[in-house]
Design a protein around this ligand. Structure first.
Ligand code: GRG
Length: 345
């Protein structure tokens, strides 16, 4: 049964089309819907997203439908709950990373081969957001501009919807990846597993929870970097590595992408910490000011706002240097790196 708080948009759970992504670089002019027009520096990325974003959303929807086929009343609630958080939007940064990496090494064919991996990383990410918002974790009621999954469906169903998305990510890569050497597919499955586990999302989140309420002296820059390398960067690394792997990249190229994504992953978290201080819940689509409310040690707290911004810029510059060897062919990945610290939400 759908459990909806008064005012929660129950209709969203049964809407057919996913909303437009809010990938909106902040170095342009704000549009009417809060999205931002691209500046000249983001042309390759915006063109890329214009062609890929709908494909990702359609593939996400189709993958959930396939997982419950033949659809019936038995799977209606779990399917609705899974789709609710996927349809709520999000910037789709991780699938963009997978497809851009695949495009670099395999062109159009590489991207087609990487679509199941792109879908999988978004499912894993969405699962992590659903679980992160639970009362036992961050206990939040706003995500992607909508009531969180557990507010709408109840805690029990939200946990299970996250679990189902996580399981489906692996099932989908295994079943839907076509025209790729099976050893590469197995390698992607391993990379995805690693990014979720004890040295990935789960382990990073545990360290994060253990650090809450501790003072600056106890949570050093080294600890903070460990947390975010695992909690945030690991999935961006897996996204890039999966795309490169299915597209046939060499070990050396995969290694370069790994370093690139680790750096943008950390920069992503620094940008997130900065936005938590400087932005509003309306713009973010999630509760702002949360870090201070739970007395969390963050990059701005350890480095100051300007110091945190400078560190993020430094990381993005280092990340982009990893791409130098590819020249203009890596324009989309390079612009994605810029976007990660220029974003508004
Ligand atoms: C259940 C195995 C298992 C793991 C989950 C809850 C958890 C463990 C980990 C938390 C991971 C997490 C939420 C990290 C924060 C990463 C982050 C900055 C997310 C925001 O990503 P955006 O801005 O979000 O790309 P959108 O909504 O745009 O997709």
């Amino acid at each position: 049964m759908l459990r909806t708080e008064p005012g929660a948009p129950a209709a969203s759970a049964t809407t057919d089309a996913m909303p437009a992504a809010t990938v909106a670089p902040t170095n342009g002019v704000a549009g009417a819907n809060g999205a931002v027009a691209p500046s000249a520096g983001t042309v390759a990325l915006m063109k890329f997203l214009a062609t890929q974003k709908d494909s990702v959303d359609t593939a996400l929807e189709a993958a959930v439908d396939a997982s419950v086929a033949p659809a019936g009343p038995e799977t209606a609630t779990i399917s609705d709950a899974m789709k609710y958080s996927l349809r709520a939007g999000g910037k789709r940064v991780r699938p963009a990373l997978t497809l851009a990496a695949a495009s670099l090494f395999g062109g159009e064919a590489g991207m087609a081969a990487a679509m199941p991996s792109a879908v999988a990383v978004e499912m894993i990410h969405t699962m992590s957001l659903i679980h992160d918002d639970l009362p036992a974790m961050d206990n939040d009621d706003l995500r992607r501009g909508l009531p969180t999954n557990h507010v709408v469906y109840g805690e029990d169903v939200a946990i299970l919807a996250g679990d189902a998305l996580l399981a489906l990510a692996f099932e989908h890569v295994a079943k839907a990846t076509e025209g790729v050497d099976p050893r590469r597919v197995v390698s992607v499955l391993g990379v995805l597993g690693a990014c979720v586990g004890a040295r990935g999302l789960a382990g990073g989140q545990v360290m994060d929870l253990e650090s809450e309420g501790k003072g600056d002296g106890e949570v050093t820059m080294e600890t903070l970097t460990w947390i975010h390398t695992h909690k945030t960067a690991a999935l961006l690394v897996a996204s890039a590595v999966a795309g490169a792997t299915v597209a046939g990249a060499s070990d050396e190229d995969v290694g370069r992408l790994r370093t690139f994504a680790t750096k943008i992953g950390l920069a992503f978290q620094i940008a997130d910490d900065v936005l938590d201080v400087t932005s509003s819940s309306t713009v973010l689509g999630k509760t702002s000011g949360k870090d201070e409310a739970v007395n969390k040690v963050t990059y701005p707290r350890l480095l100051g706002l300007d110091g945190a911004r400078a560190r993020a810029e430094e990381l993005v510059a280092e990340a982009k240097a990893c791409l130098d060897v590819y020249g203009d062919k890596a324009a989309v990945l390079s612009e994605l790196a810029d976007f990660i610290i220029e974003r508004r939400n």
